[in-house]
Design a protein around this ligand. Structure first.
Ligand code: GLA
Length: 377
């Protein structure tokens, strides 16, 4: 009897990880815009703004605190937040009261990347603390772990935290952050990772974003599936150092990649243009498509690229990208997309039908821009 109960409990807790992140996580993270300048009041105000701007209704649910919340440990070794975050449980309650979820950050090493307290030798204890505070998401960043472990220990150390999170009995999304080392996409699911960074940090500029999105994800699409996603890093949309055209390309490319959509801007003050990019429901629907197929490049011509992604209802998402400095005409041939006959085409940034087309679709695409399509089956 006892054994049956234990087995049932095990099956139930093991189920948590697989049921989490069945589509790529959506939300917000403090790092890209705020770095160290993040505190309780700002997180609350961002949660308010996620609701009032419509971001929540568009699907952005996780409010994730990145590095610099950590304080010292008490005499029993329990991690405490620092003076910027007076009461983590109260903050989590507040975020939950808005119908949102809340995320936290740590490292397997003694120190985080910003030099704050990490979870080294306190893994189970920290997992229990975060669960008791009510956290729903953990980003676990390698950082100083390189000083105390060999790179070959990495998988084991991530498994240790994956097991610790499961043992809390609370569903907690597990985000692996180790910059794509050791072919993490091959073992991320086995440590219960729901997403794993594939590269170093993104910066708010065209070169960083386009190299990460276009070049560094090649060949990784086969490793993405419901519950387990490649993470090309958080969004820079609205942070000011790219043009609107470039931010539309960023959002479209992340949607084609089935990437987590973690807004990284100041939601309280974002412009109408930024809102229109982050809350384009047609593009979000591609990112969140239940089939969970990550898109891939089907052709390249000069500095233009055509990408495709199959969708659950049999439609195709197709993106015509122009990485060059001048406008260019880009063509998607039906043959390269596996299509024959006539198909209805919808332009997801113009929010308009482009009519029924046979054989191919061509469009003028602005410099560093995109035309993103949904082609009916
Ligand atoms: C690393 C991560 C970033 C961020 C910082 C915080 O650089 O890759 O995403 O979490 O640490 O210190």
């Amino acid at each position: 009897m006892k054994r049956t109960f234990a087995l049932a409990l095990l099956a139930c807790t093991a189920g948590f990880a697989a049921d989490l992140a069945t589509t790529p996580p959506m939300g917000w993270n403090s790092w890209n815009r705020f770095h160290r300048e993040i505190d309780d009041a700002t997180v609350r105000a961002i949660a308010d703004a996620i609701v009032s701007t419509g971001m929540k209704d568009a699907g952005y649910i996780y409010v994730n605190i990145d590095d610099t919340w950590e304080g010292t440990r008490d005499a029993q070794g329990n991690i405490r937040s620092n003076e910027k975050f007076p009461d983590m449980k109260a903050l989590a309650d507040y975020v939950h009261s808005k119908g949102l979820k809340i995320g936290i950050y740590s490292s397997p090493g003694p120190k985080t990347c910003a030099g704050f307290e990490g979870s080294y030798r306190h893994e189970e204890q920290d997992a229990r603390t975060w669960a008791a505070w009510g956290f729903d998401y953990l980003k676990y960043d390698w950082c100083s772990a390189s000083r105390v472990y060999q790179q070959a220990d990495m998988q084991e150390m991530y498994k240790k935290m994956g097991d610790a999170l499961k043992a809390t009995g609370r569903p907690i999304v597990f985000s692996l952050c180790q910059y794509g080392l050791n072919y993490v996409w091959k073992w991320g699911p086995s440590v219960d990772g729901n997403l794993w960074r594939t590269t170093g940090d993104i910066s708010d500029n065209w070169r960083s974003m386009s190299e990460i999105g276009f070049d560094k994800q090649t060949g990784l699409d086969k490793f993405a599936a419901p519950g387990h996603w490649n993470d090309p890093d958080m969004l820079e949309v609205g942070n000011g150092m790219m043009t609107s055209e470039e931010y539309r390309t960023h959002m479209s490319l992340w949607a084609m990649l089935a990437a987590p959509l973690l807004a990284g801007n100041d939601i309280r003050t974002m412009s109408e243009t930024t809102k229109a990019i982050l809350m384009n429901r047609d593009v979000i629907a591609i990112d969140q498509d239940a089939l969970g197929e990550e898109g891939h490049r089907v052709s390249r011509a000069g500095q233009t690229e055509v990408w495709m992604r199959h969708l659950e209802n049999g439609d195709l998402a197709v993106a015509l990208f122009n990485r060059g400095p001048d406008a260019a005409n880009v063509t998607a041939d039906w043959s390269s997309l596996g299509l024959t006959g006539k198909h209805e085409v919808r332009d997801l940034w113009a929010h308009a039908s482009s009519g029924a087309r046979a054989d191919s679709f061509s469009a003028d695409v602005p410099a560093h821009g995109v035309v993103m399509l949904r082609i009916a089956k």
